[in-house]
Design a protein around this ligand. Sequence first.
Ligand code: NDP
Length: 246
Amino acid sequence: MTKRIALVTGGMGGIGTAICKALAESGHTVITTYSKPGKEQAWLADMKGMGFADIHAYQCDVTDTAACAAMLARAQQEVGAVDVLVNNAGITRDGTFKKQSKDDWDAVIKTNLDSLFNMVKPVLDGMVERGFGRIINISSINGQKGQFGQTNYSAAKAGMHGFTMALAQEVARKGVTVNTISPGYIATDMVMAVPEEVRNKIIANIPVGRLGKPEEIAGLINYLASDIAGFMTGANLAINGGQHMM
Ligand code: NDP
């Protein structure tokens, strides 16, 4: 596998950490971002303790267009040009539409969807000029089927795939692929914090009979980041234990 520079937004979270590890294990230089300072030194020390030395972290709020441009300019100067971009940062602010505030709507749309504009804009020209790029957007099963209490999240996650399909067509002949991954329920802190009784009901609806593992998402990203994945673009890859088949 050609070793490249990969940037993962929100890479210190449950799924993001597994993605960073998998990309680093494949020999890529990894850059990640966080928005809330405090945990980055311990996280970097953990990664270095596991033998991943070529890993870098930058603070950046993915909802802030200027901050993303400035962070990417700095990271690309200090580490190198970004070849693989994984848009992983995301949040939920759940509640039925009747109870949903404009703030909850805006926070979810900005973090999950506006972030694609903010992160892709500063790296796309470079990818096109170099004739290689991989853009991977982490959506959700709930962007494919909708979810009670998640109008904001379902709209943002469905919107991510609209972005994927349109941009994939624009850059297909330039060696740049754009794909969406739609995970089902994954055993991260977020899902493990759900009361056991509710979690068991969720698991009962998953044909495979268990939650997904962050490493299973990371393995798919490693494939999409690779040279061999050049013929896959504009796809929305479901990885959900059979919970939603399209
Ligand atoms: P986590 O909450 O563990 O991680 C989310 C990451 O996003 C955090 O590292 C957080 O960093 C970062 N983040 C949040 N807001 C911002 C912001 N404004 N700017 C920069 N970074 C931000 O979630 P998961 O690992 O579970 O989820 C990762 C992705 O996978 C998300 O997009 C989520 O929607 C999606 N997903 C998750 C599923 C699951 O079952 N877990 C299922 C389907 C999709 P910080 O704390 O520093 O803000």
